[in-house]
Design a protein around this ligand. Structure first.
Ligand code: THU
Ligand code: ZN
Length: 142
């Protein structure tokens, strides 16, 4: 697990430099490890519409596009353009996006914080999920 955490941090750092953040200049890179051991990466992409794609969202979309649905560990790093990135906590929107996969797969997801590894359920307690709209995702789990 430890070398996988380091690998995720390294991959998140690598992609962070590709972030497109001309508005706030805050560049984020994220890496997601899946149950089969694949790593998916993403960076934030801003726009004049002010509807940013967040790095964690982008990484999750890359995972789904590749045909995978089982994220187990997530790392995000960020910094103002030109500065050295550090580990950042996923924002509320990204916690919600991650919770979708936790709901689908019925297991908690681990998030690397600067203080260590945290559980998604502790970062987003009492979350709104499929059950709250009467949906059972069982048939979508592979
Ligand atoms: N950002 C992310 O990509 N992920 C997060 O969870 C935190 C925030 C981005 C959004 C925005 O493009 C920039 O960081 C902050 O200005
Ligand atoms: Zn976010």
């Amino acid at each position: 697990m430890m070398h996988q955490v380091e690998e995720l941090v390294s991959r998140a750092m690598d992609v962070q430099v590709n972030a497109y953040a001309p508005y706030t200049k805050f560049m984020v890179g994220a890496a997601v490890l899946t149950k089969p051991g694949s790593i998916y990466i993403g960076c934030n992409v801003q726009g004049a519409d002010n509807d940013d794609t967040h790095a964690e969202e982008a990484a999750l979309c890359a995972m789904v596009a590749a045909g995978e649905r089982h994220p187990i560990l997530v790392v995000a790093v960020g910094a103002l353009e030109g500065c050295a990135p550090t580990i950042i906590p996923p924002c509320g929107k990204c916690r919600q996006k991650l919770m979708e996969w936790s709901s689908l797969n019925k297991y908690d997801i681990e998030i690397l914080l600067s203080t260590g590894i945290a559980q998604l359920s502790d970062l987003l307690p009492n979350s709104f999920g499929p059950a709250d709209i009467g949906i059972d995702l069982a048939q979508h789990s592979t």
